[in-house]
Design a protein around this ligand. Structure first.
Ligand SMILES: C[S@@+](CC[C@H](N)C(=O)[O-])C[C@H]1O[C@@H](n2cnc3c(N)ncnc32)[C@H](O)[C@@H]1O
Length: 298
């Protein structure tokens, strides 16, 4: 298996409805799995790819039709304007973490390895997960663990973290796991730790804020008829995507004009999210929680 097996590849490509001369954006380049196939569908079009993780640059294609923008996709509009790439014909987002990030012990993304508790996709910016667990107050920790990790006992976990750090600062993945062992159901520790790591990751990378910013800007940079194709792996992400596609805002509230006509930004290509089948999930466990939504700008 390579750097990253792309999830729902055919559905994403179909959803993008690629015009051979169009301008496309992959905002989550990663291992370039989706991007490689997007590029195959282009003739004299261009593919712009964002990734905030400097490791992704190793996978950049040596192709005059390809430009890697090593930035957070929350700056989508600014960078596309800089490259005179707007308006674009399609945007793909495959949210979350790459297998490469999960498999690198030194990045702290995985509960499988002992490593520094970092969890930043862009290791040059912001606070690490260790900074967060060592400084956040009880209420913030509990909120993060409940909202982003969907823990049933976030208060207990927050207290356990605070007791542990009062003895010694938590700096590695194993130290965090040791602090939380008594909070997890016996035999289900790994699932519990995975939920905790997910929560910390979403917080330190401000993932929902970046997603909101990117979605808003997608409307400004897409051509009428341009496609927005987004794959999410967490219910909070999927809710933002679903609401935004439906209504142009994150509450999902449909706004009407003076004459009572609904002001809709997108035409939904599929009403329900597309999910992977059992065969794909068996080959690629990451596909299990993927929800794909496809929309066309009106
Ligand atoms: C699931 S992987 C994408 C995998 C890719 N589709 C492939 O086939 O190889 C997500 C990638 O998006 C990047 N990423 C996540 N959030 C980002 C953001 N806000 N800005 C830029 N890159 C981001 C991560 O660093 C990671 O490399």
């Amino acid at each position: 298996m390579g750097y990253h097996t792309p999830v729902l590849l055919d559905k994403c490509i179909e959803g993008l409805n690629i015009q051979p001369s169009g301008n496309y954006v992959d905002v989550t380049f990663g291992g370039g799995g989706h991007a490689a196939v997007m590029l195959e569908h282009l003739e004299d079009g261009h593919l712009f790819a964002f990734d905030q993780d400097s490791d992704a640059a190793r996978n950049a294609f040596d192709d005059s039709r390809f430009t890697l923008i090593p930035q957070n996709f929350k700056y989508l509009k600014n960078f596309l304007s800089f490259y005179k790439a707007t308006p674009v014909d399609g945007i793909l987002a495959d949210l979350g973490v790459s297998s490469h990030q999960f498999d690198s012990a030194e990045r702290g993304f995985s509960i499988r390895f002992d490593g520094p508790l970092d969890l930043r996709m862009d290791a040059s910016k912001g606070q690490s997960a260790a900074d967060l667990v060592n400084t956040a107050d009880f209420a913030s920790l509990a909120r993060i663990l409940r909202m982003y990790g969907e823990l049933k006992n976030p208060g207990k976990a927050a207290s356990a973290i605070i007791s542990a750090r009062d003895v010694q600062a938590i700096s590695t993945t194993e130290e965090l796991k040791a602090a939380l062992k008594s909070c997890a159901t016996r035999g289900k520790e790994n699932k519990y730790f995975a939920q905790v790591f997910q929560a910390l990751r979403i917080e330190v990378n401000a993932e929902l804020e970046a997603l909101e910013a990117m979605l808003k800007q997608s409307l400004e940079v897409l051509k009428p008829g341009g496609r927005l194709v987004v794959m999410s792996y967490h219910s909070l992400e999927d809710r933002l995507v679903k609401n935004f596609i439906k209504s142009g805002n994150f509450e999902g509230k449909i706004e009407k004009d003076f004459f009572g006509k609904a002001n809709l930004p997108f035409h939904r290509i599929s009403r329900k999210p597309i999910i992977a089948n059992e065969e794909e999930i068996a080959k690629n466990p990451r596909a299990r929680s993927a929800k794909l939504r496809i929309a066309e700008k009106i």
